[in-house]
Unconditional design. Sequence first.
Length: 575
Amino acid sequence: MRRNLLRNCVLLGLALLLMGGVVGSLTAAHAQPRVALNTQVSPLLRHARKLQPVRGEQKLALSIGLRLRNAGHAQELLHEISDPNSPNYHHYLSPDQFKAAFAPTASQIQQVQGYLQSQGLQVGDIAPNNLLINASGTVAQAQQSFQTQIDTYQEKDRIFYANSTPPSIPADVSQLVTSIGGLDNGQQVHAQYRRMATGSSAQPVGLAPKDLAAAYGVNPLYANNIQGQRQNIALLELDGYQSSDVKQYFQNYGLPGPTIRNILVDHFNGAAGQGSVEAALDIEMIGSIAPRSNIYVYEGMGTTQGMNNIYTRIVNEKRAQIVSLSWGLCEDSLGAAEVQTLNNIFMQGALEGMSFFAASGDAGAYDCQDDNLAVDSPASDPNVTGVGATTLQLNPDSSYAGETVWSNPHNVLHGPKGSGSGGGLSKIFAQPSWQRAPGVQNDYSNGKREVPDVAAFGDMDTGFSVYCTVKNAGCPPGGWLKIGGTSVAAPFWAASFLLINQYLQMQKQNSVGLVNPALYNLANAPQPYQAFHPINAGNNLYYAATGAYSFASGLGSPDIYNIARDLASAPNING
């Protein structure tokens, strides 16, 4: 008899909550040996010059990431939720069920909180899922708490502060903590769009919404009145945007425009700054493909604490089933500890039936923008669908004519090797069991997660038409920009799955949830309809397209209507 893992995990979590006082009985924490978090030293220090110690009174905002409880059970349950042959298939958790089964207990939270407070740090908000503790204090207090030194450094033209040695914490507390964010500001996530310097005009430039809809098989869904009605999507934005720009964009193309709600996190003021082009691009792309959808724009600060808090709000509020992510940083720079903290949050979202789509980066196979092979986070996370970029050729009627991998070795503004579709091998995550398809096992495979999963148009020379007039973001008075990069491809895929989910619901089926297993199943066995356009030309500055899965273009680009029809038969596919 098959074990009902979902029921057992939830009951186990509730029982442990009732017994939480036992776990908190340790009283000699501070006298224990300390454990160093060796993954928490900025890689920038290898090439940076130390200037001077940071002033002890300088304030720091810290984000303490905590470990999942019963992490192995969580992974097993996620596999069952994604397996059409499992009785738990598409039986998603609520945020409360996740917390009961897998979040740290109240006593564990108290244990970490007690240590922080004993060191003079002020404990702020504790996330509803118990996976994050916000704290603040001075540099002097942080150095004492974590037995490290924080200095100022210079790397090329950049001046930043960072801890020079790994932070350490008492052994019992270390069993609960995955990361201590906020000890350095040397690396911050950035938007993954690319703009042509001359690509601005008083009239639209680049591809229009109708071009992508025709090329990628969206129009048959429109013909069935599928435009994203009653479908919700969340956007993570580390800047604000100008609502009048978005309104003008939809008016220009005669689109009804989605319903947009802004959610400001950590008292962010929502002002449109230098990154507002990304927010405008994301909203305009989503509204182009799913014009009657509901968009929740989560806006916050681009610090580690700010980013973590936005992610946590998205999965705990569960307003949307689709999430589009166009801000990222290479795994090496973000650090294994922070990457694991994000993985816990994405795990929660996947167990709740949420689909994450993330841009795979715009420096090709060299995501750290140097000479080393690297991939982007969060696209490398197994619970996220990494999206690469292509150069799209159209017929005169905008129908699909062909594609190659997007790359330009001559555009070195974003890395010494040039610009291009991000992809390669994760250094952190093992290859998931569902990552099976022709081409996945290749000469480069090493047992690690392979990125990207899929691709779509993102060539900056052709560009997607975006409207933005924010001066401090470099937007022109005429407003129209030509934008490329994987930030174009990721929200296109996210918006397309709003339509796919709506189609499935009309067929009396559940929404997809974690998308990756379903996509690889489509590629790994014959389907009634061809789901992907194979890409067999071009490279991402290192890895070449092969016509099957590749590190340059993933499984290929989509035929959205075909994917919708194929997924409608998902219960007949062996997972």
